[in-house]
Design a protein around this ligand. Structure first.
Ligand code: CA
Length: 234
């Protein structure tokens, strides 16, 4: 595989340096830009595999950058935000960002998030090569055509809503989905369901797919944000 190309969008020199040094240790290629307009241009010309996007930029709102890029590309975007920008982080995820890092973050955390994003790039391109109707992740298998779910080869019975929820998470493996996004996709614009009811459905789904629902291996909780399906190493 070619060296991954990462676009660093960060106006804080010290943080940009830290990220750049970290990427060098992994032999990743990168470009650095300091403004939103340069980020949008570089996303088009440099065609990065992953964008690391600081939300607080001098010239443009980070969320606007995500919307612009999402209008033509599905490339993974990891938002980097300060703790004071917590609401912006959720808005950024709703606008189509994949994941987030909160400053200050550790080098290990940064690399772990990048690996998840790069895995998504790879599985997306595989999907395009041969459109699969089977989803496999660890001991979990979904047969989309038949509408069946298996754990360790044994079929498990899900309600239609649980199945819909699982498919939504599976089709977005590696990506953090916000409560709002999930509610919109599963229940449409209905006001009858909210984050607490989503939590209830998630708990029953986990009981069926997780070996230990108290320590979920597949569906990760992001407190105050949403959920993510983890790609397990098969
Ligand atoms: Ca900044």
């Amino acid at each position: 595989m070619n060296k991954p190309q990462i676009l660093i969008v960060e106006d804080d020199k010290a943080i940009a340096n830290l990220i750049a040094t970290t990427l060098e240790t992994q032999d990743y290629n990168y470009h650095r830009v300091k403004t939103g307009s340069a980020a949008v241009l570089d996303a088009l010309t440099y065609r990065p595999d992953v964008i690391l996007l600081d939300l607080g930029l001098p010239d443009m709102d980070g969320v606007e950058i995500i919307r612009k890029i999402r209008s033509w590309s599905n490339m993974p975007i990891i938002v980097v935000s300060a703790r004071s920008e917590d609401n912006d982080k959720v808005t950024a995820l709703d606008a189509g960002a994949d994941d987030y890092l909160t400053k200050p973050f550790s080098v290990d955390e940064l690399l772990a998030r990048l690996r998840v994003a790069l895995r998504r790039v790879r599985s997306d391109s595989e999907k395009n090569n041969h459109e699969s109707s089977i989803y496999e992740n660890g001991n979990l298998k979904i047969d989309y055509a038949a509408g069946c779910v298996y754990r360790d080869g044994t079929e498990i019975h899900l309600t239609p809503l649980e199945y819909k929820l699982l498919c939504l998470l599976a089709r977005n493996t590696g990506k953090v989905l916000t409560h709002n996004y999930i509610l919109g996709k599963i229940w449409g614009s209905s006001d009858n369901y909210d984050t607490p009811s989503l939590r209830v459905f998630m708990a029953t789904l986990r009981k069926k797919i997780e070996t230990d629902p108290g320590h979920p291996e597949y569906i990760q909780t992001h407190v105050g944000v949403g959920y993510r399906m983890i790609r397990k190493n098969n």
